[in-house]
Design a protein around this ligand. Structure first.
Ligand SMILES: Nc1ncnc2c1ncn2[C@@H]1O[C@H](COP(=O)(O)OP(=O)(O)OP(=O)(O)O)[C@@H](O)[C@H]1O
Ligand SMILES: [Mg+2]
Length: 359
């Protein structure tokens, strides 16, 4: 069947039922009610709303306006706006026809070779209605594409080429290494880096204002810090802290997330550097229970703190290496008490090394 991208082409059928069944899955407009998750309520609706990544968004915007959209591969860490960007592109391209023109598949769908052979093939080869003067290429959105099997990815290579005239493919993933090179080379790649602190702050301020929240500067700074450039995380923490307390300050944010407060980390590092083994063990065990802290969070934050302490670089290197080992062991659910002992032992060794460096 010959495919054409002529602007005024009126084709026989709307997308097949298989496609329609999957369209817009999980992206139904969320009610604006108080219970709505803010990550969805404040999902950027247009490309202009997407914070940060200005270069990428402007490029995609221009290509969309000029109707020259290539196959896209958006990758980067979670909560940086990849899905939001592509959904905004779809809205811009299709307006009210949005639901008929895109096939969205994500990791919750079967992602094996059968899906490529059936659903994606059917959708891509189904003829579509074109509206107005604008040629309507369809969009296949493969969110979380790194979860696709290798066989499915190999099968997709040919499908992409075969349907290039009528369909654009947008692949989204966190881990680009899991996408086979042949697919990467068929797409224009854009990397979505973690959002920088200023953009997270700005976007949070917008939500705070819209929701009329009482957030002080220490609270906002903590939200930005704990989000680590993940906007979804920032909004989720903001919303859960708001549910727990009306006034949002540093303490409320840290209490809500269970993360150790900076002053607790300072105190723990002080004990690690100055107390005897048994006292240090007792004090840290006590604060862990009292404040409900997880050892892995303590290790992560203490490691960051070690970067700020002045010490000979060989001591620092060994210390950080040992801390990384403890963190690794904790990820296999090893015994907390033993690992706390290892943490104190590591600092005891570092203290001896510091003393001999001075002598
Ligand atoms: N650049 C951004 N500008 C504004 N809001 C953002 C941005 N990035 C993320 N968000 C917020 O975080 C939520 C999740 O974003 P999105 O689904 O686009 O992330 P993602 O990059 O696709 O993440 P994942 O890799 O986990 O799928 C959005 O609903 C929005 O509220
Ligand atoms: Mg996504």
């Amino acid at each position: 069947m010959a495919e054409t991208s002529s602007p005024m082409e009126i084709d026989a059928a709307a997308p097949p039922p298989t496609a329609l069944g999957k369209v817009n899955k999980g992206k139904a407009p969320v009610s604006d009610g108080k219970s709505a998750p803010w990550v969805e309520k404040y999902r950027p609706q247009s490309l202009a709303d997407v914070a940060a990544h200005r270069d990428i968004v402007d490029t995609i915007d221009r290509l969309t306006s000029e109707n020259r959209l290539p196959h896209l591969l958006l990758y980067g860490p979670p909560g940086t706006g990849k899905t939001s960007t592509i959904l905004a592109v779809a809205r811009k391209l299709y307006g009210s026809q949005y639901q008929n023109m895109i096939l969205e598949l994500n990791a919750s769908d079967d992602r094996g070779i059968d899906v490529v052979r059936q659903q994606i093939q059917d959708f891509a080869s189904a003829r579509s209605l074109s509206f107005g003067a604008r040629p309507s290429v369809k969009l296949v959105l493969l969110d979380e594409a790194d979860a696709m099997t290798k066989d499915a990815q190999f099968a997709l290579r040919r499908v992409i080429e075969k349907h290039t005239k009528s369909t654009r493919f947008a692949l989204i993933c966190n881990n680009i290494n899991k996408i086979i090179p042949a697919l990467q080379s068929r797409c224009t790649r854009f990397r979505f880096a973690p959002l920088d602190a200023a953009h997270v702050r700005e976007r949070l301020q917008h939500v705070i204002q819209s929701e009329g929240l009482d957030v002080d500067d220490s609270g906002l700074t903590s939200l930005v810090r704990l989000s680590n450039g993940d906007m979804r995380k920032a909004l989720n923490i903001l919303q859960s802290t708001h549910m727990a307390s009306q006034h949002i300050d540093e303490e409320a944010v840290y209490l809500c997330t269970g993360n150790p407060m900076p002053k607790d980390i300072e105190q723990i590092t002080y004990w690690l550097l100055n107390e005897t083994f048994s006292d240090g063990f007792r004090y840290i065990s006590d604060i862990k229970v009292r404040k409900g802290l997880a050892l892995v969070d303590i290790i992560r934050e203490v490691t960051m703190f070690v970067f700020k302490i002045e010490m000979p670089s060989d001591v620092r290197v060994k210390l950080i290496n040992d801390l990384a080992d403890i963190e690794y062991r904790l990820s296999f659910a090893s015994n907390d008490k033993l690992q706390l002992g290892a943490l104190i032992a590591t600092f005891t060794n570092a203290r001896s090394a510091l003393v001999s460096a001075v002598c």
